[in-house]
Design a binder for this molecule. Structure first.
Ligand code: SF4
Ligand code: SF4
Length: 354
């Protein structure tokens, strides 16, 4: 493990050097108590005092609204009726301060957007343009975080190029990939921290001990899909849901989208916009039939996708990194930890007869 020590007095100077080769992004204070990941203007630096952002940084790679093509319906124009792809920005960028759970989430989404048989060019171009400089959590970001039981953790480095650990007077930068090493070279950060391993291990243990929340997932893979689908608890779980979609929009591992043509006069643009399995229109067929026509269907779909279909397909974890956002933000307190434990512990016979 290679670790570089970065004195906090050198930190901003190093980031300024990086601006010559990278567009920089990072957490910036927004409103009273929120942070959002934004491009950093010259002279602006990531706010490393933040805990985590309300919305996940997935928007950097998968924007909420994204133009894909443009077209022109004016017959006088020689280019009329031709769908032209809108060029994407593939220049090098670095996001500083991304939390380990959110970096891990990109890898879960990658499984859907970058496969051996299909590559989503918009997502892949944006994803590959970023160098991800992670920031370990020295303590739980909130009481709803359960990352350590969801396959991630406060010092997890999967999906990162560098993991920064805050020791107070300096950052320890654990080099995870060559891409990360290149970023540190451009910044001019090169002081080796030979004694860092034990310091990181000790901070990691302390951080993990502050994650007070957890889920049980060990039996999910052995559950019979149709029995979980027909379980009697979906009515109760979904009762309070107002299908607002907050849980899916804030989730770093949710990726549903819709594609719409927006035409004004003779000009048009084809947009990709976030959508949500919690919205009735998401699955409405042109015939008028809707296979998920009630909120019970939609709530069940959200949890079955994350905690059973994904488990069955990949056999190595759930489609959730335990960031806890959906729990904190749901206006009616629907809690994925409770649902996960209900699904994990379900036995069909226990509910068949009362
Ligand atoms: S945030 Fe809560 S109320 Fe809104 S759609 Fe999700 S589960 Fe339903
Ligand atoms: S399902 Fe909830 S806890 Fe899990 S990654 Fe998404 S927002 Fe975070």
């Amino acid at each position: 493990m290679k670790v570089i020590r970065i004195s906090k007095t050198e930190w901003q100077g190093g980031l300024d050097k990086a601006r010559t080769g990278y567009g920089l992004y990072g957490p910036v204070k927004e409103g009273q108590d929120d942070h959002a990941f934004r491009p950093l203007a010259p002279g602006e630096f990531p706010d490393m005092s933040y805990k985590n952002s309300k919305m996940s940084p997935k928007e950097l790679v998968h924007p909420q609204s994204e133009p894909m093509f443009q077209y022109n319906l004016n017959p006088a124009d020689p280019d009329h009726d031709i769908m032209r792809e809108i060029a994407k920005d593939a220049t090098a960028k670095a996001v500083i301060g991304i939390r380990p759970c959110d970096a891990d989430a990109f890898l879960l989404v990658k499984r859907n957007f970058d496969t051996p048989i299909y590559r989503d060019p918009y997502w892949v171009t944006a994803f590959e343009s970023f160098t991800k400089i992670g920031f370990a959590c020295n303590q739980a970001c909130s009481a709803t975080a359960f990352c350590t039981s969801a396959g991630s953790g406060p010092f997890h480095d999967a999906g990162l190029d560098v993991l920064l650990v805050d020791t107070g007077e300096s950052y320890l930068a654990k080099v995870v990939t060559d891409k990360g090493q290149h970023f540190l070279d451009v910044c001019g950060f090169s002081a080796p921290a030979a004694d860092a391993a034990s310091q990181i291990e000790s901070l990691q243990k302390k951080a993990e001990s502050t994650i007070a929340s957890s889920v049980n997932t060990d039996k999910l893979k052995d559950q019979v899909t149709t029995e979980l689908y027909d379980a009697p608890f979906w009515e109760e779980i979904s009762f309070a849901c107002i299908n607002c979609g907050t849980c899916t929009f804030s989730c770093p591992t949710c990726w549903c989208f819709d594609i719409q043509d927006e035409t004004k006069g003779k000009q048009g643009v084809r947009m990709r916009n976030w959508d949500s399995c919690m919205y009735p229109l998401f699955t409405l067929h042109g015939s008028g039939h809707n296979p998920r026509g009630t909120k019970v269907h939609r709530v069940r779909q959200r949890f079955m996708h994350k905690l059973k279909y994904y488990v069955d397909k990949y056999q190595d974890g759930i489609q959730c990194v335990g960031c806890g956002r959906c729990i904190r933000l749901c206006p009616v307190n629907i809690d994925i930890r409770k649902v996960c434990n209900m699904m994990n512990g379900y036995t069909a016979c226990s509910c068949a007869v009362s």
